[in-house]
Ligand binder design. Structure first.
Ligand code: AMP
Ligand code: ZN
Ligand code: FE
Ligand code: FE
Length: 273
């Protein structure tokens, strides 16, 4: 039977609001049968998700979302089907998380210099045991009454080019492809409509990306058709999902609405053989 697959989900292991267990119960209610939990630089949710999914008949594919940089642009790469116990992969993820923590510290220092009295402790409290990111800093700013809204935090301080912006640790898309491939997985370009123009997309294809995230809440129907065309033209794989983080305003209706067919997931598996 063909089912619905959502291969882009976040938990408390990065900037999602739900634990892996709670997330799996939510995706079950939404009618999904195959999922990948794709936390930023973190695979800690996979085992707990699988345990929760077992009795519900849901399949959990290993996943991760890596942040890479090309010039000034953030390019997100989704990895699937890798061995999440691979030692080299875990060493790199631990390094990326440590660099995220250092970056959060630099952002807090910049904010303090701007007379915004945020503490690193309040940011790390938001992140819990998950990979720390700007969404946690935005939440801490709101919690402390230092900004009115989540978006205001990005607009005033944290967004690209704003006074408290700090660069990410430099990982290239090619570095990410290699890490994922060496751990036995496939790499996909996440939500290409965010930052990727046609010439960069073609460079990433030449550099060895396995597929493109075609279905994403930020993609119009025209974009979906466009990316499906590129997937066919270059014999790539298609992926898709909701990028659900739980609890955020833009997340309301995405679960169960942005999905791909489990037949598409079968095509990914064939590519691995
Ligand atoms: P980080 O991984 O720390 O660079 O944080 C990236 C995340 O911050 C993205 O996945 C978005 O969820 C969020 N984000 C980045 N820029 C903005 C923005 N201008 N407005 C709202 N959220 C943003
Ligand atoms: Zn996220
Ligand atoms: Fe992303
Ligand atoms: Fe994401």
């Amino acid at each position: 039977m063909v089912g619905k697959a959502d291969l882009h989900l976040h938990t408390t292991f990065s900037d999602g609001a739900l634990s892996p267990n709670d997330l799996i119960h939510r995706v079950h209610k939404a009618g999904l049968t195959t999922v990948a939990v794709t936390d930023h630089d973190n695979t800690g949710a996979i085992d707990e998700s699988r345990a929760a999914a077992l009795s519900l008949g849901i399949e959990v594919i290993s996943g991760v979302e890596l942040s890479t940089v090309v010039g000034e642009q953030d390019i997100h790469i989704l990895g699937y089907f890798f061995d999440h116990h691979d030692a080299a992969l875990q060493d790199h993820l631990a390094l990326f998380r440590e660099e995220r923590r250092k970056r959060a510290e630099r952002i807090v220092e910049k904010l303090n210099r701007l007379q915004v009295p945020l503490t690193l402790e309040s940011v790390l409290e938001q992140a819990g045991m998950g990979s720390v990111g700007r969404p946690h800093i935005a939440n801490a700013l709101m919690e402390e009454g230092l900004t009115g809204t989540y978006h205001e935090a990005f607009y005033k301080y944290l967004g690209f080019g704003k006074p408290a912006y700090e660069k990410k640790y430099l990982v290239t898309p090619q570095d990410a492809f290699r890490l994922i491939a060496d751990a036995g997985g496939l790499s996909f370009l996440a939500h290409p409509a965010h930052a990727v123009d046609e010439s960069l997309l073609r460079k990433l294809i030449e550099a060895g990306i396995d597929g493109i995230e075609v279905v994403h809440p930020s993609h119009t129907q025209e974009r979906v058709a466009h990316y499906n065309g590129i997937v066919s033209e270059y014999y790539l794989l298609a992926s898709g999902g909701s990028d659900f983080h739980g609890g955020r305003s833009n997340d309301r209706e995405v679960l169960g609405r942005y999905f791909i067919s489990t037949d598409t997931v079968t095509m990914m598996r064939r590519r691995l053989q």
